[in-house]
Ligand binder design. Sequence first.
Ligand SMILES: Cc1cc2nc3c(=O)[nH]c(=O)nc-3n(C[C@H](O)[C@H](O)[C@H](O)COP(=O)(O)OP(=O)(O)OC[C@H]3O[C@@H](n4cnc5c(N)ncnc54)[C@H](O)[C@@H]3O)c2cc1C
Length: 396
Amino acid sequence: MPVNAETFEQQASYDIIIAGAGCAGLSLLYGLITEIKLCQLRVLVIDKSLEKSNDRTWCFWETEKGPFESIVCKQWDSITVYKNNFSKQLITAPFTYKMIQGLDFYNFVIKEAKKSPNIYWQEASITNIEAIDNSAIVYWEGGSAKASKVFSSILPVDSLYTISQSTNTQPFLWQHFKGLLVEFDKPVFDANIATLMDFNVDQKGATAFMYLLPLDNKKALVEYTLFSKSILKPSDYDSELICYLNKHYANVSFEILHNEIGAIPMTTQTFANSVAPIYVIGTLGNAVKSSTGYAFHFIQEQVGQIVKDLANNQPVKTEIHNTRHQFYDAVLLYILDHQLMEGSEIFKRIFEKNKASTIFKFLSNTSTIFEDICIMRSLPTSIFLPAAIKVLLRRA
Ligand SMILES: Cc1cc2nc3c(=O)[nH]c(=O)nc-3n(C[C@H](O)[C@H](O)[C@H](O)COP(=O)(O)OP(=O)(O)OC[C@H]3O[C@@H](n4cnc5c(N)ncnc54)[C@H](O)[C@@H]3O)c2cc1C
């Protein structure tokens, strides 16, 4: 949508526009308002809906207290993995696996930001973002605004589904799931142990597992999760979830308190690049770790890097996954995508042969080459090596 010079001058002007007030946009906003060198900036936050709901639960791992420690609703120091007769409990130290409710996060950041007179809010559906000279303009129906920098996390979900269906050479899987927050009328859970992956569920020709996070001994978030090319009907997740609960907690009645449903892209494909003055963050900004679907941890790293760059007047960098770990992600994704080995077997072997701390370091992209070799040696060389060569050849 072109603008003439006069309209351009008359437009409301900001230092920064945050396009999309979800996990990445609000994490960035929190970073800006809590950094002494940046808290005076005029920031406009735009989202199609500023009326937030408890639409997702984030889990991540840390060794120390993070900026959102006050809203962590539960944490675990032990995790378990199951596959057939295999079961292993791992101590996560020095990491702690933590959970934050989406709504607590949105309310926390929005409440803090509303204390700043230089933060502005616009509820609108963005139609376009374009760069003109050294500024960027964000358009929505009936309005527009300009800024020196725009940080966008607005993911065109429809085009993502088109990409996922296309015959692109890059692997593309969805991590899709439905979770139920259930409360039993008797104690049934050990609240200190999170079940990270229970593969004793219908695999549906893909990689599928139950993820069970007990909040106390009666209440848990239970999610049926799959890595596959297409997503299921909501009722298909429900039937697997109910079957699992009835099998494991027979004769104990439960109530469903809440549910969440989601699909996260797992791909090595780049959705968009940051080109000054428009920067991409969050899922749009390739923050999702392609082999696992975890993003919260990487969004915090990405935002931390941006805040540091802005505070130091440095060029803003949004890339966060280093080349070495991107390579491992690509190999694991290639093996999963081409079904060279069952996903359940891959993860079982990784958990069987390694300490949780090594796995969390690997998942955080902070493992050493020696630790990476240990993780990769969990897989048969006959599977890993040809996949690694294919990935290398594609990159060449
Ligand atoms: C249900 C669910 C659970 C998840 N759980 C975990 C987890 O446990 N751990 C983990 O690491 N990752 C998890 N993820 C993955 C990832 O952390 C989240 O998807 C995260 O919210 C991504 O942040 P984001 O800012 O990129 O996108 P979002 O949080 O989705 O934010 C995008 C924002 O842009 C707005 N928007 C979109 N289009 C427009 C438009 N045209 N105009 C204006 N605004 C627009 C949306 O309203 C939204 O507020 C989960 C994802 C889902 C869906």
